[in-house]
Design a protein around this ligand. Sequence first.
Ligand code: MOS
Length: 742
Amino acid sequence: MTTGKTGEPHDRVDGRAKVTGQARYAGEFTAPDLVHGFVVGSAIARGKIVRIDAAEALALPGVLQVYTHENTPRLAWRDRSWRDMVAPGGSPLRPLHDAEIRFSGQPVALVIAESFELAREAAGLVKVDYEAAPHETRLAEVESEAHEPARGKKGYTPPPKPRGRADEALAAAPVRVEATYEHPPLHHNPMEPHATTVIVEADGSLTIHDKTQGVSNSRDYVCKVFGLASDQVRVVTPFVGGGFGSGLRPQYQLFLAVLAARELRRSVRVVLSRQQMFTIGYRPWTRQRVALGAERDGRLCALIHEAVGNTSRFEDYCENVVPWSGVLYECPNTRLEYGVAALDLYTPIDARAPGAVTGLWALESAIDELADALDIDPLALRLKNYAEEDQDHRRPFSSKALRDCYREGAARFGWHRRTLAARSMREGALQIGWGMATGIWEAQQAPSQAKALLTVDGRLHVASASGEIGPGTYTIMSQIAAEQLGLPLAAVRFELGDTALPPAMIQGGSATASSVGSAVLAVCRALQHTLLKLAQALPDSPFGGRTLADVEFVDRGLRLRSGVAPAVPLAAIMRHAGLGSIAEQATAIPDLARQSRYTSNAHSAVFVEVAVDEALGTVTVRRVVSAVAGGRILNPKTARSQILGGVVWGIGMALEEHSMLDHGLGRFVNHNLGEYHVPVHADVPAIDVVFVEERDDVVNPLGVKGLGEIGIVGVAAAIANAVFHATGRRIRELPITLDKLL
Ligand code: MOS
């Protein structure tokens, strides 16, 4: 029997549904009256629409309507100031609201037809005349106009104030490195494209299947924008085929599908094409300057990190790029600065470990440069400057097993066999390089609710309006519940992704296990409490005067921890009380009074071996060891998969991925998976994932830190550092393509 306990490597409880096609995604729901929408995107990057001629499209039999800013009904934009849960400061895109064009690919029309193919065909017949205005899509041209981002985005922390006098300390430092690092815009490219199916129910209410990481965020958007009451809109998204941040905000297909469904009073589905997936946000283009000053023994005495990322002209997308540099290493003099600069592109959106991926790429490259300048082993340099407390906030870490990550990762990798000098580890025509880097991500908890129903037949149903973008949420929530009630995993059903369920935080920030997991724990504790009280009423009850601390739930029953007697079946307890079921609901709220006295982060140490063909400049990642300190691990199997996915994306970021702009058109041009290169199996080596032991009773009642993002952080720097070790060439502009090594 599968015991269902946490800490055990269970297969995904939803795995079978996913691989057999039973799991339904937003664009797969249907209704008898369903019609299809296809989006027409702007051909220019800036300017305005002067004329739209949809006559030819409308003439096709089966085309029902073409919506544009000219006929978009007054139904929409009831609340123009409304901004979604994770919106940055500024004014969000309002599709089909006016004639103004703000970025290439901006939706300018929606064609509705009886079939998807017909809608797509008709979309090609919509003629749009524009009056183009000059646009700018080059970061270097606007970098000097960088400004502090307008506040608004949840989770954004402005850089901490300078500590000491970094510039003077740098000037006086015996050893200095200083460099600029750059990475291009990067797109998420989840397998499932963004899609929305709006089903118009008989009573006129809407059931919406939207590709989203937060059903409540989508529901609130629809209610506010269309002036609907919350009981008229239900968002149901049981499965998401990858989000990585791209589903954090309502995307324009949601607006368009609801608009058409409201107007036509028919069910509507709008699915974006792969090309259109390049018009909904990206990891921003970022340039960073890092300057490090050190004593000859390697102790840091100055650290300056300045970053500029791009945003759009209508919103100030911002992320935590530089704060990590103040917290990761001990240094008396730091200055951290961050700004955004506006381009004529759509607003960027969070992408897996937003900010940390970016900042650590620069910081951990610079640390490696410093190690080289000092002739010190890069790992030894990091240990020498290991921060024992958060100097920026003058508070301890709730836990920090990063030293164990370094030690265990290095041991697994065989780091001690590395020769110090660059170009010193050749294998025939191949230059071999070993590099490493540190990763960091914050451990967060947000308020969430869950409900539970235990039935006398021994089945437990637990539910929360959380999301499942793929990390294994169904599985770990089922494990938490099964463990708490002493049930087999198969007896537990966890339900999520439905606004009819108790509200939960949006799935992001690696905080679902922490937040929703704590709610599941809380609701199970409420059940335990009720069951114990009922058990105390049993004839000759052994539980009289006992508390939950004295008992345990095992084998579908309840028993005294100290006792030897078999467990009293939960069914017997419920039957004696005359109950067919017990229902509970609970809210888990972070203990901010306690949590705010500490800094809580997940950490990693990434070790990489690359082989570079000196004649061809090709880089192959041959081995990766990722050692992670992420608090308690609820399911080693799904946890490992999170790190594998992060490492693979890190390989893509380092070597392949690059959303290329044609600055003449102001448009991403490699907008397909043929030309936007992501790692394929042949690019991915054996990846060894190690979870080091880490106990933390501050972060949340479960002691988990979240694993969705930490896996990618540091990987690009580790690879760049390995490439330097192999070749002696320091590449500071990603991706590291062969042209940069020849
Ligand atoms: Mo994550 S970028 O918070 O989905």
